[in-house]
Design a protein around this ligand. Structure first.
Ligand SMILES: O=C(O)CCC(=O)C(=O)O
Ligand SMILES: [Fe+2]
Length: 232
C-alpha cells in the first residue's frame, strides 16, 4: 500500500485498514464451511472496485435512507472473463486455497450470478439463508465501510427458510457467530455454513450503527440447474 492510497483510504473509510494487516494471507474458519480471508485486496484495489461498482450499479444513489432508492444490483451470466471486474473476483476465489470446496471449484462454471448490495449508515440485511435455487458455495467481497456479519445456527427442520429469504429466526437463543468484515476481506459459505446457518448484517451492533459509512458488497453464486432442464 503506498502512502497516498493509505491516506485516502483512511479519509474515506477510517477504521478498516492497518490493524488487520497482521492477518495478511491468513484465513479463519469459525464454523465449518465459513472461511474468511483478510486483506485479499489492497486499499487501492478496494477503492477502484468501490468506484467502479458505484458508477455501474448506483450512479445516482444519494447517501440517505429514503425508501425508494436503489440499493441492489444484479449480474447474470458466467463470470469466466478475468478481464472484467466481476470475472476478476471470481478468479480470486479460485486461487485462494481452502476458500471453496473442491466440488465447487470443479464446476465448469464456478459462478454465474452476482448480487451487489449497497448499505449506507444504519442499514443492514435481515438474517437469512441464501435461496436454494443457488448451488453450494457463496462468496462475499466487501468494499468501503466495515460491517459485522451475524450468523445463527438453524435447526435441521428449518431448511425451508431458504425459500423465504430474509425472515427473522424464531428460535429464542440460537448459537451465534459474528464476523467482522473489512474492505478487502473475502468470505465463503459452503456446506454447513451455507445451509445450516443464517447470515445477516444487523442494523446495529453493540448499540451503534453497524455500518458507519457506505459499504458495497459483492456476493457470487451459481444458479442451480433446474431438474427438468438437466434431463433434456
Ligand atoms: O453484504 C453482505 O456481505 C451479505 C449480502 C447477502 O447476504 C446477500 O446478498 O444474500
Ligand atoms: Fe445472503
Amino acid at each position: 500500500m503506498n502512502g497516498d492510497s493509505d491516506m485516502l483510504y483512511h479519509e474515506l473509510f477510517g477504521e478498516a485498514s492497518d490493524d488487520d494487516l497482521e492477518f495478511l494471507d491468513d484465513f479463519e474458519e469459525p464454523i465449518p464451511g465459513l472461511v474468511v480471508y483478510r486483506n485479499v485486496q489492497s486499499a487501492e484495489q478496494c477503492l477502484q472496485y468501490f468506484s467502479w461498482l458505484t458508477s455501474e450499479y448506483f450512479p445516482d444513489t444519494p447517501s440517505n435512507t429514503s425508501n425508494r432508492r436503489v440499493n441492489q444490483g444484479m449480474h447474470f451470466g458466467a463470470l469466466t472473463d478475468p478481464d472484467t471486474p466481476l470475472g476478476q473476483l471470481c478468479q480470486i476465489c479460485t486461487t485462494l486455497s481452502g476458500l471453496l470446496p473442491a466440488s465447487v471449484l470443479a464446476r465448469s462454471v464456478v459462478f454465474d450470478q452476482a448480487i451487489i448490495n449497497l448499505y449506507d449508515r444504519g442499514e443492514g440485511i435481515g438474517d437469512h439463508v441464501d435461496l436454494l435455487r443457488f448451488e453450494d458455495g457463496v462468496v462475499g467481497f466487501s468494499f468501503g465501510g466495515s460491517a459485522t456479519m451475524r450468523m445463527r445456527k438453524v435447526g435441521s427442520g428449518d431448511m425451508q427458510r431458504a425459500a423465504t429469504y430474509a425472515r427473522e429466526l424464531e428460535s429464542e437463543d440460537p448459537e451465534e457467530v459474528t464476523v467482522r468484515l473489512n474492505a478487502g476481506d473475502v468470505y465463503a459459505m459452503s456446506g454447513e455454513a451455507r445451509y445450516q446457518w443464517t447470515h445477516g448484517i444487523p442494523k446495529t451492533s453493540a448499540g451503534v450503527d453497524n455500518v458507519q459509512s457506505r459499504r458495497i458488497s459483492v456476493t457470487l453464486r451459481k444458479l442451480a440447474v433446474q431438474a427438468d432442464q438437466s434431463q433434456v
